[in-house]
Design a protein around this ligand. Structure first.
Ligand code: DUC
Ligand code: ZN
Ligand code: ZN
Ligand code: ZN
Length: 471
């Protein structure tokens, strides 16, 4: 099957150019001057399908490097399965997800990874890969880490929060980082001081401050800054490259920025919620509605300027990537568990479907360039997580994961029209310009003007190589 995508503007991390893209089977065969012919023949007449991208952008499919399909959390589980979550990703122009396989404290690492393969195999609409959460660093799990690279899992995550469930103490962090440095694994860190958060949260509940808003008060920015600093220092000590997930506090960005200025190999990701939503809006939400915005790290104060600072950090490369931390829970039966005690609200927001649109909105408002949009959502994720060459670029030989993005039109995000398995949207009523027009994954059209053509099982497991950001 050959497809020619004609008349569009191909956008990469480094520039934009008018070009036609020839797809042959599962890969990109050529990027050609517009209207190119082959030995005098009109190319369009010699392919099976022509996609007209006139007036539109042609970009590498989005890579969401932080999702949690079916994550067990707080006595429930994230509401998107690999089937529903990857279908929603496809609708939104994301053609690869990297989900977190989980080892909780007391479990075995390789059992966690096997369980994740089991959940995902045959169910995904788009390609998928895994990071490994190591939630119990001991001799056994350190040994198990040695097997991860061979499994194509070249990054793992530690938590400085959630004592007793996922948290690693400093001794465990040092040991894991030493091992990771030896193996070439990239250490991902949830950087919040969990024990301190738990003290503050308990005190707030004792004072009757039980509403969702107090989740963000307990998870104070000082505790993100402190943990980020500690993670950077422990990474420096052990010579382990570090990637801090879901950065939301401007003070945490400052820690990353100064470490990078000093030549340390540290990176940071933020998420759309930290660019657009705020603690003040959560406080203003009626009744228990603020629960839809309970996530960790939490939303931050707009008065303190965190959101503007996140955009700035994306421009200056103090932060390198935007992932969603897609971790959806319904209000009914899930978020509701925390009625009367915010500590019992499962933490997470579902956005896998909307990341490309929400970040394109940053192009519309002038926060980032078109090229930076592609870099933050696709090219850097590919390089950071060992997918480069196959994903994250429109280039001959790369997988034909291609999105045609139409800058025209206007969409209002709503739970009534989204495809995630959620009974509400954290983005309800959000207005975005532009929309995903055509989505192709390894040469198959998943979404076009006629709707959805994807299927569970099209998506394949992608074994990842080492990060390109190791030095
Ligand atoms: N951290 C995550 O990365 N995802 C969900 C919850 C959390 O605390
Ligand atoms: Zn986290
Ligand atoms: Zn997460
Ligand atoms: Zn069609």
């Amino acid at each position: 099957m050959k497809t020619l995508i004609t008349g569009g503007t191909v956008v990469s991390a480094t520039g934009r150019t008018a070009a036609d893209v020839l797809v042959d089977g599962e890969t990109i065969a050529a990027v050609l001057a517009p209207g190119s012919t082959l030995l005098g023949h009109d190319l369009a007449a010699h392919v099976d399908r022509v996609v007209d991208a006139t007036g539109k952008y042609v970009i590498p499919g989005g890579i969401d490097a932080h999702t949690h399909m079916e994550l067990p959390f707080g006595g429930t589980a994230a509401s998107d399965t690999f089937e529903t979550g990857t279908r929603a990703a496809a609708w939104g122009g994301t053609t690869t997800i990297i989900d977190f396989a989980v080892q909780r404290t007391g479990e075995r690492v390789m059992d966690g990874l096997a369980a994740w393969h089991e959940k995902a195999a045959g169910r995904c609409a788009v390609d998928y890969a895994f990071h490994q959460i190591v939630g119990g660093v001991d001799d056994d799990s350190l040994k198990a880490m040695e097997g991860l690279v061979a499994e194509g899992v070249t990054s793992y995550k530690l938590f400085m929060a959630y004592p007793g469930v996922f948290m690693s103490d400093d001794a465990q962090i040092v040991r894991a980082m030493q091992k990771a440095a030896d193996l070439g694994l990239l250490t991902m860190m949830h950087a919040e001081n969990g024990p301190a958060i738990d003290v503050l949260a308990a005190q707030l509940v004792e004072q009757g401050k039980t509403d969702p808003y107090f989740h963000g008060i307990a998870r104070a920015w000082q505790l993100e800054e402190e943990a980020t600093h500690r993670a950077i220092m422990l990474a420096d000590l052990t010579n382990a490259p570090l990637y801090v997930v879901h950065v939301s506090a401007k003070q945490a960005v400052a820690q990353l920025a100064s470490a990078r200025d000093e030549g340390r190999n540290v990176f940071g990701e933020t998420c759309p919620q930290y660019l657009y939503l705020s603690l003040e809006e959560q406080l203003g939400a009626p009744g228990f509605e603020g629960a839809k915005w309970v996530c960790s790290t939490p939303l931050r104060s707009r008065a303190e300027g965190h959101q503007d600072h996140m955009w700035r950090a994306l421009r200056t490369n103090d932060l390198q990537m935007v992932s969603t931390d897609h971790c959806p829970f319904c209000m009914k039966g899930q978020k509701e568990l925390g009625l009367g005690d915010f500590r019992a609200i499962p933490n997470g927001i579902g956005s896998v479907e909307h990341r490309m649109d929400l970040m394109y909105q940053g192009v519309v408002t002038g926060e980032i360039t078109l090229e930076r949009w592609v870099e933050l959502t696709s090219t850097t994720p590919a390089r950071m997580f060992g997918l480069h060459g196959r994903k994250g670029v429109i280039a001959p030989g790369a997988d034909a994961d291609v999105v045609v993005y139409d800058p025209a039109g206007h969409t209002t995000i709503s739970a009534a029209t989204h495809h995630m398995a959620m009974d509400h949207s954290a983005w309800e009523g959000f207005e975005v310009d532009g929309h995903v027009d055509v989505v192709m994954s390894r040469g198959e059209v998943l979404v076009d003007a006629d709707g959805y053509h994807g299927r569970a099982g099209h998506g394949r497991y992608v074994a990842r190589e080492l990060s390109q950001y190791l030095v």
